[in-house]
Design a protein around this ligand. Structure first.
Ligand code: FUB
Length: 326
């Protein structure tokens, strides 16, 4: 247990945490982060430095209460299909069950998305024998909609391997689209009622500009890179994500969970550290952005810390840009 969390400060300091997926379950805030490891191994564009092996679930009764680390919720050694790199997870509740969705490399080194279940939001979670059939790439984010349909959004460029799936099968040396071609992903698949499989083939989501034209692969200030998150506000679907190479969190809005989404603007300016990854959650009557940076480690890209800050909407539903402060 650690002290009461303060805005824009690491919510825990005894471990490194990243990629926070925040949810309100049973009236409390639960945060499902990656658990960053300390190591001196390789650091490259393939993301080998993100060598995480397990997940810890964090919770707090409210923002005036200490953050509780519930300990190891799932370890890669207990996931039959996975070999390494337990990257950004998400959680969902349905069928009286808590589901942990997570990416990891399979035994062929290919990123897949798996599911683990628990009767409790903090776990421990039990992984299924195999990854979700037809799943690929990284960073699952699951929205259980008001009509009880559930959607899994996922995908990530570079180390996240999304470029390698453009033909529908894994092509090891595939490059991304030309700069003047529409950008890739993210990808969406509706989940089956038991949340364990995809109902249909994953589809690319289109993110368009104010004229309805798809964002292009060369538009690195706005195009999708990784870390999709979808939340609803006033009946609209907000898709937010990291722009990766330009290090911002941005968002796009749609009337339909499958898009197309229209690009709207920036949520958070670049943080200290290469990656930026977040979630957006309403708790009581306010909205919060959970994000990470590398300030606690002095800027080491793979030693990150989860933070939070309040998020404000304008009257027209747009989100006010938050200027990162270290
Ligand atoms: O934490 C490993 C990877 O870094 C995540 O999957 C990405 O979103 C980026 O934050």
């Amino acid at each position: 247990m650690t002290n009461t969390p303060k805005q824009n400060e690491p919510i825990v300091k005894h471990i490194y945490t990243a990629d926070p997926s925040a949810h309100v379950f049973e009236g409390k805030l639960y945060i499902y982060p990656s658990h960053d490891l300390e190591h001196d191994g390789p650091d490259n564009d393939n993301g080998d430095q993100y060598a995480m092996e397990d997940y810890h679930v964090l919770s707090m009764d409210d923002f005036n209460s200490p953050v509780v680390d519930h300990g190891e919720a799932l370890h890669v050694k207990d996931v039959p299909w996975a070999s390494k790199q337990m990257w950004a997870p998400d959680a969902a509740y349905k069928n009286d069950t808590y589901y942990l969705f997570f990416p990891a490399r399979d035994h062929d080194g290919i990123f897949r998305i798996g599911v683990a279940t628990s009767k409790r939001p903090e776990g421990p979670f039990t992984a299924k024998e195999s990854y979700i059939p037809g799943s690929f790439s990284i960073d699952p984010a699951v929205l259980v909609d008001d009509d009880n349909k559930a959607y899994c959004y996922f995908g990530g460029l570079w180390g996240g391997q999304l470029e390698k799936w453009q033909t529908g099968t894994f092509v090891e040396d595939a490059e991304g689209p030309a700069e003047t071609a529409p950008a890739l992903g993210p990808v969406i698949a509706e989940l089956s009622d038991d949340m364990l499989t995809f109902k249909s083939e994953p589809q690319d989501i289109s993110i368009v500009d104010e004229n309805g034209n798809p964002l292009l692969a060369g538009d690195e200030e706005r195009r999708f890179f990784e870390g999709a998150w979808v939340h609803k506000y006033n009946g609209l679907y907000y898709l937010s994500y990291s722009t990766g190479t330009t290090h911002s969190l941005v968002y796009a809005v749609s009337e339909n969970p499958q898009g197309p989404f229209e690009y709207k603007g920036k949520i958070l300016t670049p943080v200290l550290g290469w990656t930026t990854h977040h979630s957006i959650v309403q708790f009581q009557d306010k909205w919060y952005l959970f994000y990470h940076d590398a300030s606690l480690s002095g800027g080491v890209n793979h030693k990150r810390s989860v933070k939070f800050t309040e998020l404000t909407y304008n009257e027209d539903g747009t989100i006010q840009t938050i200027e990162y402060q270290e």
